[in-house]
Ligand binder design. Structure first.
Ligand SMILES: *Cc1c(COP(=O)(O)O)cnc(C)c1O
Length: 359
């Protein structure tokens, strides 16, 4: 019997992918980097393959190799800069690098394999600075990229940064000897806030995994990841008794306390101490006391709870849902950090809500 796990709804993942692709009106380049934002990169890619994406986006050669070993044959773009010493391992796994450094481009060019040119239009993280593209015209003529792209730093905001980045990108494209047939710019938030896409592919990430980052977005993703665990102990404590380290919480009256075997070592952050919430039989209960490494305590006085009952720390139960955004806000994290921080110690259990509904 599993005591604590992350449930991943692959049906919801695919419906989120289909929804954002429909809005963009262009094929997907789904980001399955960081092990699929924590839900499992390979499983996410295999599920999303049904949507006929152009390819997949990963963080590193190792992540790309995992997809290749599983038999995925679509293009896989490695989105963090590679060192020249990594060229051989990318080449052998048939991975496509995103490049911006002229020396690395020169070396990669000798492999004769496809690559995408990343243009830095204002994030100062990776890519060829937009104003330097013209300087490297000769190089880009010798070794033409298959695709060209940039990354928006604040697409979820309503400010002018996107327009400025897109202007810089357009200016850089004009400096290229030839505009590649594949041009991509938008992350999920960019598609949520503006559609259809004027480019050839879109690169959604967190939206696929059930999180909208745009206020008032026309698209509402379905939740994909849930954290669930079973009650492993129950006790009633008297008024004034403390719960957990440092005794930060004391029972205001006689209280029934449930212990769930999930703690900060599982990615259920310590910042949720005395702040987190959980669902028991579809009803909200509070985390009381400090979240410990392996266990978290809940005040279940007002609900029916027995040993072995499943508690939901993230996700839906009954008619209520604790969303990634809500939990991220409670823990003072970004939703990205919360999802990717779920530890491997929690086994991923894959379900397909479509299949269940049909059954
Ligand atoms: C992570 C990433 C994305 C996806 O971003 P989301 O905000 O998760 O939609 C797209 N493009 C690049 C280059 C990225 O690194």
């Amino acid at each position: 019997m599993t005591r604590a796990w992350v449930e991943v709804d692959l049906g919801a993942l695919c419906r989120n992918g289909a929804a954002i692709a429909a809005r963009a009106g262009v094929p997907l380049l789904p980001m399955v980097k960081a092990d699929g934002y924590g839900v499992g990169g390979l499983r996410a890619a295999l599920a999303l393959d049904a949507l006929d994406p152009w390819g997949f986006g990963v963080s590193s050669a190792a992540e790309g190799q995992e997809l290749r070993r599983a038999g995925i044959t679509r293009p896989i773009i490695v989105f963090t800069p590679i060192l020249r010493t990594e060229i051989d391992s990318l080449r052998r796994a048939d991975l496509t690098p995103a490049l911006g450094d002229p020396a690395v481009i020169e070396s990669w060019g000798r492999t004769g394999r496809p690559w995408h040119l990343q243009i830095d239009t204002g994030m100062s993280r990776a890519g060829m600075p937009w104003h330097e593209v013209g300087t490297h015209r000769a190089l880009l003529e010798r070794t033409a990229p298959q695709g060209v792209f940039t990354h928006l730093h604040s697409a979820e905001r309503r400010d002018d940064s996107r327009d400025q980045q897109e202007k810089r990108f357009a200016a850089a494209l004009k400096e290229l000897p030839e505009i590649p047939s594949i041009v991509h710019v938008e992350n999920g938030a960019a598609v949520e806030s503006r559609a259809p896409s004027p480019w050839t592919l879109c690169r959604p990430g967190i939206f696929l995994y059930g999180v909208s980052t745009v206020e008032g977005s026309p698209l509402v993703p379905e939740p994909v990841a849930s954290i669930r665990g079973r009650i492993v102990e129950l006790r009633t404590i008297a008024a004034g008794e403390a719960v957990s380290y440092e005794a930060t919480w004391r029972a205001p009256s006689a209280r029934r306390i449930a212990t769930v075997p999930i703690g900060y070592a599982d990615g259920y952050r310590r910042a949720l101490s005395n702040r987190g919430i959980a669902l028991v039989r579809g009803l909200r209960v509070k985390v009381v006391g400090i979240v410990t490494m392996d266990m978290t305590m809940l005040d279940v006085t007002d609900v029916e709870a027995s040993l072995g009952d499943v508690v939901t720390l993230l996700g839906a139960d009954g008619d209520d849902v604790i969303t990634v955004s809500e939990l991220a806000q409670l823990s003072g994290l970004s939703p990205y950090e919360l999802l990717t921080g779920l530890a491997r110690r929690l086994p991923r259990q894959y379900v397909d809500s479509t299949a269940e509904a049909a059954a």
